[in-house]
Design a protein around this ligand. Structure first.
Ligand SMILES: C[S@@+](CC[C@H](N)C(=O)[O-])C[C@H]1O[C@@H](n2cnc3c(N)ncnc32)[C@H](O)[C@@H]1O
Length: 331
C-alpha cells in the first residue's frame, strides 16, 4: 500500500468513526442538521463539516489543517456522497489574518458550491421537529449554531407561560423554541435588522403568530438600560454574546472579555426572582469557571438556587473549551 493510500484509509476510518458516534442524531428523522466532523475531536484537526439537509458546509481552519486542501476536498466529497448531499460550501478561516477580506467575502457569498450543484439561497432544516431557515452562502454563518441544540431544547421545555428575553438573538433560534414551548412573550434583541428579519422568517416557518413576540434592533446594553427604566422583568434571560464583533456605525467593536461583566450585571437586574439565566460563550480564554465567577459576581446578594453546566451534544466530541454554557436559577 502506498503512503497516500494509507493516509486515505486512515481518513475513511476516521469518518466512519465520526458517523458512528453521531448515530443517535442521524437516526432522528426530525433532525436534519448536525455537525458531522468536529476537527481534532474527530481526529481531523482544522476540518469542521456540518450538514444542513442536502447541503454540507465545510469549515477549513487553515492554521490547524495538516492536509492539503485537495485532500480535504476529496474527504468532504466522499462524505457528501455518503450523506446524500447535493452540494458542499466552503468557509475558509485563513492562516494569514491579513488575507483579503474582500476575497473571502466574495467566496462566502458565492452561490457556486465547492462541489455539487448550487443550493437554494434559503431553505429549511429541522432540529427535533423545529424548522429553521438556512442560508448556505450568506457569509461565515448560515443561520443556526448547532452546539446550542440541547439548550434550545431546554428553553422549549421551560418556556410555558414564561417571559423570555433573548439578547444577541441572531436568527432567534432560542426565541422560536421558547414560543413553541408556550412562552407568554419573547423579546429578541440584536443589532442586526437583517438577522432579526431572518428570525421572523424562522417564526413563520414554524407557523407561529407574532402577537406576543417582539424583535428589537438595539445594542444589548442599551436595551438592558431601557428595560430597566421600563421596570421590565423576565423569567428566562438568554445571554449568548459573540467573542468579537464589529458593529456597523460604531467605532468600537464588541469584545467579549470587556463587556461580559456589565452584561451579566444588566441581565441580573431584569431577571425575575426564581428566574433562569442561560449564559454562554465561545471565547476560548474564558473557562466555564471564569464564566461562573462572572455571573455569580453579577448576582451580588441574590441567592443562586441551582447551577447546571450542560455538556456539548455528541456531534461536538472532545474539545471542552469549544462552547461553554451555564444555567442558573436565581432567587
Ligand atoms: C454568536 S451570535 C449569537 C447566537 C445566538 N445566540 C444563537 O444561538 O443563534 C452573535 C449575535 O450578536 C449580535 N451582536 C453583536 N454585537 C451586538 C451588540 N453589541 N448588541 C446586540 N447584538 C449584537 C450579532 O448581530 C449576532 O447576531
Amino acid at each position: 500500500m502506498s503512503a497516500s493510500d494509507r493516509v486515505e484509509t486512515k481518513w475513511s476510518r476516521l469518518v466512519e468513526q465520526a458517523l458512528r458516534r453521531r448515530a443517535p442524531i442521524l437516526r432522528d428523522a426530525n433532525t436534519t442538521a448536525l455537525r458531522l466532523i468536529h476537527g481534532a475531536g474527530d481526529g481531523l484537526p482544522g476540518l469542521v463539516v456540518e450538514q444542513f439537509g442536502e447541503v454540507l458546509v465545510a469549515q477549513l481552519h487553515e492554521e490547524r489543517l495538516s492536509l492539503p486542501q485537495e485532500a480535504v476536498r476529496a474527504i468532504v466529497i466522499a462524505l457528501a456522497r455518503r450523506r446524500g448531499a447535493q452540494a458542499v460550501y466552503r468557509k475558509v478561516f485563513p492562516r494569514d489574518r491579513s488575507a483579503s477580506r474582500a476575497r473571502l467575502d466574495a467566496l462566502h457569498h458565492a452561490a457556486a458550491p465547492w462541489w455539487g450543484r448550487p443550493a437554494e439561497e434559503e431553505f429549511e432544516v429541522r432540529e427535533r421537529g423545529v424548522a429553521f431557515r438556512i442560508r448556505p452562502y450568506d457569509g461565515y454563518s448560515v443561520g443556526l449554531f448547532l452546539e446550542q441544540r440541547a439548550n434550545r431544547d431546554r428553553v422549549r421545555q421551560l418556556a410555558e407561560g414564561r417571559r423570555v428575553l433573548n439578547v444577541f438573538a441572531y436568527t432567534c433560534g432560542f426565541s422560536v423554541c421558547a414560543a413553541l414551548g408556550g412562552a407568554a412573550e419573547t423579546v429578541s434583541v440584536d443589532v442586526s435588522k437583517r438577522y432579526l428579519e431572518w428570525g421572523r422568517r424562522n417564526f413563520a416557518a414554524n407557523g407561529l403568530a407574532l402577537e406576543r413576540h417582539v424583535f428589537i434592533r438595539s445594542d444589548a446594553l442599551d436595551y438592558f438600560r431601557r428595560a430597566r427604566r421600563q421596570g421590565r422583568a423576565f423569567d428566562i434571560v438568554i445571554l449568548d454574546p459573540p467573542t468579537f464583533a464589529r458593529v456597523k456605525g460604531r467605532r468600537k467593536p464588541f469584545v467579549f472579555e470587556q463587556q461580559i461583566g456589565a452584561l451579566a450585571t444588566a441581565a441580573m437586574e431584569v431577571l425575575q426572582r426564581g428566574g433562569r439565566l442561560l449564559a454562554c460563550t465561545n471565547h476560548r480564554e474564558t473557562t466555564i469557571r471564569d464564566l461562573e465567577r462572572i455571573v455569580r459576581r453579577a448576582a451580588g446578594e441574590r441567592r443562586i438556587e441551582s447551577v447546571a453546566r450542560p455538556k456539548l451534544p455528541p456531534d461536538f466530541p472532545g474539545d471542552g473549551d469549544y462552547a461553554k454554557s451555564l444555567w442558573l436559577r436565581v432567587n
